[in-house]
Write a protein that binds this ligand. Structure first.
Ligand code: ADP
Ligand code: ASP
Ligand code: MG
Length: 412
């Protein structure tokens, strides 16, 4: 007997037929003698639809009300999943975030889970009742509904797994594991049997949406055994191999590069002729920080005269308009010549713990891109990652070329 958490994403609960199939899969685990908690997302597309209604209603809106609206999709699927289980003879009940309660901070729209008391759930699981959780939701200290950021039901699942001391947290989705890169873009991507927490954390934070970044962080912190697997294969209780996220030292054959991620959620701003004196960078980035606009990649070039520099940096697409306006409003004060906005860019990141001990990884990247005539606009690196910014139209070509250059292509 094991205690397991099974999480089903949007495509896995996209309609009633899929929800019935989910219930069958859960029933199989219950019949095998396991204690099961289920976490569901909203039906595919529903959260986007709700977000659209909010933006249509007002350009600027109260994030507390935004959370009330966008969390609603999970209420529907949790209830339907409980009904589908009951119809198959399985004792089950739904749990909304506030009912558990899943306590979060009050950062509406991307709240952090602070505490879950799993004792009542554990007691009921022990009696054979399946707990079906609405993912993505929580409740803040004022008792108001919060959401955990897009893709947040992965984090709900890992947090619940930690709270009930689950042996496993299975993330069921529309691909059968974690691949060397997005298999929907690069058909020769290879499925990984295992990936380290550190690498998955980088992949997720650089755009691989197969797991939410915070879910990986939480799994790492609490030692939750996370497995990504497909909900589209025939139900079975045998451990069909998905991808396990594990500690680095559990991986026997470590590759130099394990994966490549991309993010289209990037926009670039260049300020030309910025006066080259102390305090200027602070003058530019300070106001952005105050507006909670995150700056990611930064490059600075000194102009021939040595008196002025060009400064290029990236922000998220959603922050782009605000960032441009903020800097335009301060043009005189900052003293730059020109602001060049460009949101037609994509960030590609090559990730691998092997980079710590191997030289030449960046060179392979630069060579592969130059051979394809792809211009690198900005570069940034960390211990186990190299990211470059390229024009958005080159996304697929760059991904495929790098995948081949690092020897990641599957045999055909
Ligand atoms: P769910 O609705 O089940 O949470 P998501 O759409 O959030 O599913 O995440 C699954 C998707 O992540 C896949 O369909 C795939 O296109 C994408 N993806 C991106 N990078 C990877 C990767 N390295 N491995 C597997 N899937 C990836
Ligand atoms: N339904 C939410 C979203 O679309 C949460 C999730 O799918 O994980 O972001
Ligand atoms: Mg997801």
């Amino acid at each position: 007997m094991a205690r397991i958490v099974m999480k089903f994403g949007g495509t896995s609960v996209a309609n009633v037929a899929r929800i019935k199939a989910v219930a069958e899969r859960v029933r199989a685990e219950v019949e095998a003698g396991n204690e099961v908690a289920v976490v569901v997302s909203a039906m595919a597309g529903v959260t986007n639809e709700f977000e659209g209604y909010v933006r249509e209603t007002a350009r600027l809106f109260d994030l507390r009300e935004y959370d009330v609206v966008v969390s609603a999709g999970e209420q529907v699927t949790s209830g339907l999943t409980a009904i589908a289980l009951q119809a198959q003879g399985v004792t089950a009940r739904s749990w909304l975030g506030w009912q558990v309660p899943i306590r979060t901070d009050d950062a509406h729209g991307s709240a952090r889970i602070e505490d879950i008391d799993g004792s009542e759930i554990v007691r009921r699981m022990g009696e054979g009742q399946v707990a079906v959780f609405a993912g993505f939701q929580g409740v803040d200290p004022q008792g108001r509904v919060t959401t955990l950021g897009r893709g947040g039901s992965d984090t709900s699942a890992v947090a619940i797994a930690a709270a009930v001391g689950a042996d496993r947290c299975d993330i069921y989705t529309d691909v059968d594991g974690i691949y060397t890169t997005d298999p929907r873009v690069v058909t020769r991507a290879q499925k990984l049997a295992m990936i380290s927490f550190e690498e998955m954390l980088e992949l997720a934070s650089q755009g691989a949406k197969v797991l939410q970044t915070r879910a990986v962080e939480m799994a790492m912190r609490h030692g939750v055994r996370v497995q990504v697997r497909s909900s589209f294969e025939a139900p079975t209780t045998e451990t069909t191999p998905g991808t396990l996220v594990v500690d680095e030292d559990e991986i026997v054959e470590q590759q130099i590069v394990s994966g490549i991620a991309y993010s289209r959620d990037e926009a670039k701003i260049t300020l030309t002729g910025v006066p080259d004196r102390p305090g200027v960078a602070a003058g530019i980035f300070g106001p952005l920080t105050e507006e909670h606009i995150n700056v990611d990649m930064i490059v600075q070039n000194v102009s021939p005269s040595g008196e002025a520099t060009d400064l290029t940096f990236t922000v998220r697409k959603g922050d782009f308009d605000r960032a441009v306006k903020l800097l335009q409003d301060r043009r005189e004060q900052l003293g730059y010549q020109e602001l060049r906005p460009d949101n037609n860019v994509c960030k590609i990141s090559v990730i691998g713990v092997g980079m710590r001990s191997h030289a030449g990884v960046a060179q392979t990247m630069f060579k592969a891109l130059s051979e394809r005539g792809i211009n690198i606009q900005v570069i940034s690196t960390s211990e186990i990652k190299i990211s470059v910014l390229v024009a958005e139209e080159y996304t697929e070509l760059a991904l495929r070329s790098l995948h081949t250059a690092y020897g990641l292509d599957a045999e055909t």
